[in-house]
Design a protein around this ligand. Structure first.
Ligand SMILES: Cc1ncc(C[n+]2csc(CCOP(=O)(O)OP(=O)(O)O)c2C)c(N)n1
Ligand code: SF4
Length: 267
């Protein structure tokens, strides 16, 4: 399979603004899938609502474009009925951790085998630039014209604390690392979370005077560093990239099968 075989070319051009990072995440996902050699028919991609969630429309897998914040709930239903399929769940930061926050933490603790990709642009892009739980103190948004005073979540810390067995962070600037961590996340047997820091030049960028789309990409490079780097020790404000958690735990569908066996066969 070549990359283009995974795309629904008839739906291009895509809807994303010039400079939006969501297309780079789409590219990373497709390359990871191509490297693993997954068959299109074995993949189910489930999304909620948002610019990021539109990613499912462009990919020729089994795709479900569902309700804002509920992608994981739908994905869990699919996985429980067809554990043999590979489940991929792309979400925006609002989708995953605002309206979808409750689904997110409980999916993490259950360790069901699927990959959640949180495309974190620190804003509600689709609906016009409202602040999200990941915008951070001091940011500007259409709903915070004088300044946002909410502290933000750290996606990696939330996922790790809630029990996700694979947790990684990268950015759309680091396109090769993006492919590598998504690949590792898909191959991991359990609930995997990949945070992808990504620019929304149209809303977050304009409201926060971040400059051009290229300036925002440059910032993803300068504000991040590999886990445990010397740069991080010298400058603690840098955000670390890489794989933070990778551990083995009982997988939910496998455990559920034991319950089915117990109930039906008495063993
Ligand atoms: C139940 C419900 N509430 C609110 C909305 C409106 N809505 C659509 S997308 C969205 C937020 C999108 O932000 P995010 O998930 O961060 O994705 P982005 O567009 O930034 O990629 C909101 C609030 C909705 N569609 N459904
Ligand atoms: S509004 Fe932001 S997130 Fe949405 S497509 Fe445009 S740049 Fe991307």
């Amino acid at each position: 399979m070549a990359v283009k075989d995974y795309l629904r070319e008839k739906f291009f051009p895509h809807i994303w603004c010039p400079g939006c990072g969501h297309g780079i995440t789409l590219n990373g996902l497709v390359r990871a899938i191509e490297n693993i050699g997954l068959r299109k028919n074995d993949i189910v991609m489930v999304s909620g609502i948002g610019c990021s969630s539109r990613i499912v429309g462009y990919l020729d897998f089994h795709t479900l474009h569902t309700i804002h914040g509920r992608a994981l709930a739908f994905a869990i239903g699919v996985k429980m009925s067809r554990p043999d399929l590979t489940l991929l769940v792309p979400m925006g930061d609002g989708d995953a951790l605002s309206i979808g926050g409750n689904h997110f933490i409980h999916a993490c603790r259950r360790n069901i085998d699927m990959t959640a990709i949180v495309m974190n642009n620190k804003v509600y892009g689709m609906t016009g630039g409202q602040y999200s739980p990941l915008s951070g103190y001091g940011t500007m948004a259409t709903t915070a014209p004088y300044m946002n005073i909410d502290q933000d979540f750290d996606v990696v810390n939330v996922a790790a604390a809630a029990g996700a067995t694979f947790v990684a962070r990268t950015t759309t600037y680091h396109a090769n690392q993006l492919v590598e961590v998504i690949q590792e996340a898909i191959l991991h047997k359990g609930f995997s979370v990949v945070e992808v820091m990504t620019p929304c030049p149209t809303y977050f960028g304009r409201k926060n005077k971040e400059g051009s789309a290229v300036d925002m990409m440059e910032k993803l490079k300068t504000m991040t560093t590999p886990i445990g780097s010397k740069a991080k020790r010298e400058n603690p404000s840098l955000i670390e990239r890489g794989v933070f958690v990778k551990k083995e735990m009982p997988e939910y569908c496998a455990e559920y099968q034991k319950i089915i066996d117990r109930a039906t066969k008495g063993n």
